[in-house]
Design a protein around this ligand. Structure first.
Ligand SMILES: *Cc1c(COP(=O)(O)O)cnc(C)c1O
Ligand code: SF4
Length: 340
């Protein structure tokens, strides 16, 4: 089966997932989307496993008393529908709102409903903005998930960005190599290979939260990227009920390092409405993270980061002075921001 067929054969309704998993799921306020190839892996992992908890509905998703609708302030920094420019020299480019799966903890779960059709018209606007702001030297493809786009579409965007002289680096933030490893096909490898000629660096950041996501087919897909000399990094989110222990994180980062993926960021969970049941405090996170300094070399240890609510940006979450959280964080301009 091609990756597009695998993507289209997905479970979407409460009835479909209840039948497939033989489990009575609650009615929730958010859409569900699980490709059957991946659902098969969830069944093997079993109920309440890290795979199950990340993708299957939970009654707590309907809890509207806690959490923010735009937890990291993307709306504050959105330049048009496709660009988010928060940091001086890099911008997020969101060419699609489609993902290979819908993660229950997603911080964008309250906004991933826009339709893609309006997106194309906005692209010229994005290009104009980048040309007018030459301090931006890096384009980060995100979404949604950029690897859901066709190879032709990705090649088109890369060629367009290559015309802007100030863009030196490109990056792809994606969960697709984990969910649909067959997507790492010859065509995509060729697109990534050619991007190395347009830009100084072209990088892939995979989103992965638990060692059990690294099945054999995923490891093979990562090896294909590696053979093509594509630099691969990883981003993970600390999540209650998924990877909230030193042991789970140690296993994840050490296996990633073995398959030549550089752990880049461990994100503290965002306070997203409908995903607060995955949340844990900064103090808990710091206590889980600290012992990793003893167990992993610097090249296998990601930076633990927190996105300050309201669009203040990401900053280190670990504090060498204390586990307890004072309620204030220092933002990227060196100013103290009260968040409690
Ligand atoms: C996380 C993020 C980036 C990328 O940040 P790095 O620290 O360079 O990985 C860029 N723009 C926005 C809006 C972000 O949230
Ligand atoms: S793949 Fe990323 S953007 Fe898509 S649902 Fe999962 S966490 Fe959200």
């Amino acid at each position: 089966m091609s990756w597009t067929q695998e993507f289209k054969s997905a479970l979407k309704t409460r009835e479909e997932i209840s039948n497939f998993f033989n489990f009575d799921f609650p009615e929730i306020n958010y859409p569900v989307f699980i490709p059957i190839v991946f659902a098969t892996k969830i069944i093997q992992a079993g109920p309440d496993s890290p795979l199950w908890n990340q993708f299957l509905p939970h009654k707590e998703e309907n809890n509207v008393d806690m959490g923010r609708l735009d937890p990291i302030g993307d709306k504050v920094h959105a330049k048009n529908n496709q660009l988010i420019h928060r940091y001086e020299n890099r911008a997020l480019f969101t060419p699609t709102t489609v993902c290979p799966i819908l993660c229950r903890y997603c911080f964008r779960k309250n906004e991933l409903s826009d339709k893609d059709e309006i997106f194309d018209q906005k692209f010229q606007e994005a290009k104009t903005y980048l040309t007018a702001n030459p301090e931006i030297n890096e384009i980060i493809f995100t979404g949604g998930d950029p690897f859901i786009l066709s190879n032709e579409k990705l090649a088109f965007y890369l060629q367009e960005f290559a015309e802007i002289e100030s863009i030196k680096y490109v990056r792809f933030h994606t969960r697709t190599p984990i969910i649909l490893p067959s997507r790492i096909d010859e065509g995509l490898l060729a697109v990534l290979e050619s991007s190395k000629h347009f830009f100084k660096r072209s990088m892939v950041m995979i989103h992965i939260n638990h060692e059990s996501e690294l099945s054999d087919d995923v490891i093979e897909a990562l090896a294909r990227l590696n053979e093509q000399n594509i630099e691969v990094f990883s981003q993970s989110v600390l999540l209650k009920g998924v990877n909230d222990s030193t042991e789970a994180l140690y296993n994840l980062f050490s296996v990633l390092a073995d398959v030549k993926v550089k752990p880049y960021y461990l994100h503290h969970p965002d306070e997203a409405r409908g995903a607060m049941y995955f949340y844990l405090s900064l103090e808990e996170g710091r206590r889980i993270f600290a012992p990793l300094h003893n167990r992993l070399p610097g090249w296998a240890l990601p930076q633990y980061v927190i996105d300050i609510p309201g669009g203040e940006g990401k900053i280190p979450a670990f504090n060498p002075e204390s586990f307890e959280f004072s309620g204030e964080l220092i933002n990227r301009f060196g100013e103290k921001v009260k968040i409690r």
